[in-house]
Design a protein around this ligand. Structure first.
Ligand SMILES: NC(=O)c1ccc[n+]([C@@H]2O[C@H](COP(=O)([O-])OP(=O)(O)OC[C@H]3O[C@@H](n4cnc5c(N)ncnc54)[C@H](O)[C@@H]3O)[C@@H](O)[C@H]2O)c1
Ligand SMILES: O=C(O)C[C@H](O)C(=O)O
Length: 338
């Protein structure tokens, strides 16, 4: 039998947790031939809920679910982990920006960064979903440094990427499979830059660039960008809860592609520690277009894309916001006695 992968989901008693565990357990993320040892972490007050989730997973009778355990301490959670989905964190409510969560959530990621360093495999791959996701990933990577390389930490902008694909498909009357290579640059926040300059759309059997397929530059530089930037807030307004089904699906897409590689000729958006590409300050966890090699499971930032002045302005704004968040988070971590 193929050795099981040990996969941790934090915040497993929460909304996203409930949608994500089935996809990891049923082979959607790691394949139908890959057994998974699922570890579910939440706070001790959620013990009974976690137990309920474990019982339901058992009742699913899944051939790929080798084992499932519920835990409420970091040592049991992080020991020997191959992949970590860091979801557990407070969600925003109506009227808040994601960075308003920084003071409450950043301490979780300081503590979990240290726990990853102490207990997880040095090869562990981490996706941070809890908001503000980019900055939380920056903090987790910082506190795991020396044990786990920064390149193994990422934050989720795949939901924004999927939102951009869906908006382009809706606008052009095509389906998701016809649209590719949108890019989300920067922060998972309302300053992100959803960019379709390199996207293509297949319509009536022929592929064209997104600008030709849409034929409405004002839309692409206005309503399209605003819709993607503000989608999370609109979902909260409607549901009175933040996105969960779509967030869980996006996290699974992100880790699926990290594990299996991206398709030839396609890139995906992933927030990763900057290596200085496109002038983005080193170490900032910034969403870039990436390709992933299936054999090495290493991501590479797509190089050589050109920016016009419009794009340069958008990228500068999201970079500035991330630098400010980073500085606030570092201060909050210094103040936090963890
Ligand atoms: N990056 C994205 O695209 C994206 C998308 C949607 C939601 N989010 C974020 O994901 C996070 C979770 O959202 P949700 O809707 O599932 O929230 P939720 O409140 O339903 O669940 C969060 C869970 O995390 C748990 N938790 C809190 N502190 C913890 C800790 N230290 N260790 C382990 N578990 C802990 C809580 O007890 C709760 O069960 C929020 O921060 C939300 O803003 C991000
Ligand atoms: O918007 C939120 O606060 C939740 C999530 O980040 C989203 O984009 O849906």
């Amino acid at each position: 039998m193929t050795a099981p992968l040990r996969v941790l989901v934090t915040g497993a008693a929460g909304q996203i947790g409930y949608s994500i565990v089935i996809r990891i357990a049923d082979g959607t993320v790691f394949g139908k031939e890959q057994p998974v040892e699922l570890v579910l972490l939440d706070v001790p007050q959620c013990t009974a809920i976690l137990e309920g989730v474990v019982f339901e997973l058992q009742d699913c009778a899944l051939p790929t679910l080798y084992s499932v355990v519920a835990v409420t301490d970091e040592k049991s959670a992080f020991t020997g982990v191959d992949y970590a989905f860091l979801v557990g964190a407070m969600p925003r409510r109506e009227g808040m920006e994601r960075k308003d969560l920084l003071a409450a959530n950043v301490k979780i990621f300081k503590s979990q960064g240290k726990a990853l360093a102490e207990y997880a495999k040095p090869t562990t791959k981490v996706i941070v979903v809890g908001n503000p996701a980019n900055t939380n990933a920056f903090i987790a990577a910082k506190y795991a440094a020396g044990k786990i390389p920064a390149k193994n930490f990422s934050a989720m902008t795949r939901l924004d990427h999927n939102r951009a694909l869906a908006q382009l498909a809706l606008k052009t009357g095509t389906t998701i499979g016809d649209v590719k290579n949108v890019i989300i640059w920067g922060n998972h926040s309302s300053t992100q830059f959803p960019d379709v300059t390199h996207a293509t759309v297949k319509k009536n059997g022929s592929e064209s660039d997104a600008y030709s397929a849409v034929g409405d530059n004002d839309f692409l530089q206005g309503a399209f960008i605003a819709t993607v930037q503000k989608r999370g807030g609109v979902i909260i307004e409607k549901r009175k809860l933040s996105s969960a089904m779509s967030a869980a699906k996006a996290a699974c897409d992100h880790i699926h592609d990290w594990h299996f590689g991206t398709k030839a000729g396609e890139f995906v958006s992933m927030a990763v520690p900057s290596d200085g590409s496109y002038g983005i300050p080193q170490g900032l966890v910034f969403s870039f277009p990436v390709t992933i090699d299936a054999a090495s499971r290493e991501w590479k930032i797509v190089q050589g894309l050109n920016f016009d002045d419009f794009a340069k302005g958008k990228i500068a704004a999201t970079t500035k916001e991330l630098e400010e968040e980073r500085d606030d988070a570092l201060k909050a971590c210094d103040d936090a006695n963890i």
